[in-house]
Design a protein around this ligand. Structure first.
Ligand SMILES: CC(C)(COP(=O)(O)OP(=O)(O)OC[C@H]1O[C@@H](n2cnc3c(N)ncnc32)[C@H](O)[C@@H]1OP(=O)(O)O)[C@@H](O)C(=O)NCCC(=O)NCCS
Length: 101
């Protein structure tokens, strides 16, 4: 396996049933060859009729992932400063959504 993209239900059997949470990763040595884009396109396509909104959080420093998400239609809806603390370092997160149509 060289990559994984999943969309999990945010709140099973709840008022959040229509929302999916996206995760994606490609093995380091296979990055930059189009696999991430293909996986994400496929996941969004397959989830038509399953979810109405897909959400994700991405480190504000992760420009490659941000580029990919924007390219496939994700929009920014929030920004959380100091979302993650690693030792004494803080990382901000951008919150993004995609409307599945
Ligand atoms: C983010 C990730 C999944 C992208 O997968 P990938 O297979 O490397 O991406 P692709 O080769 O399909 O490229 C998709 C888009 O990403 C962007 N991109 C890819 N490599 C890039 C680079 N070196 N610099 C800037 N943008 C880049 C481009 O917009 C590209 O689209 P284009 O080829 O049409 O220009 C991959 O880098 C990864 O696994 N990163 C570590 C885990 C991670 O950050 N996951 C997301 C957490 S929110």
């Amino acid at each position: 396996m060289v990559g994984l993209c999943d969309i999990r239900r945010k709140g099973p059997n709840s008022e959040l049933d229509h929302i999916g949470i996206l995760g994606i990763t490609v093995r380091r040595e296979f990055r930059g060859t189009g696999i991430g884009k293909a996986l994400l396109k496929d996941a969004l396509q397959r989830n038509k009729g399953v979810f109405e909104i897909v959400l994700l959080d991405v480190f504000s420093t992760n420009q490659i992932a941000i580029n990919l998400y924007k390219k496939l239609g994700f929009k920014e809806y929030g920004y959380l400063k100091n979302a993650v603390k690693r030792g004494n370092e803080y990382i901000d997160e951008i919150k993004m959504y995609y409307n599945v149509e």
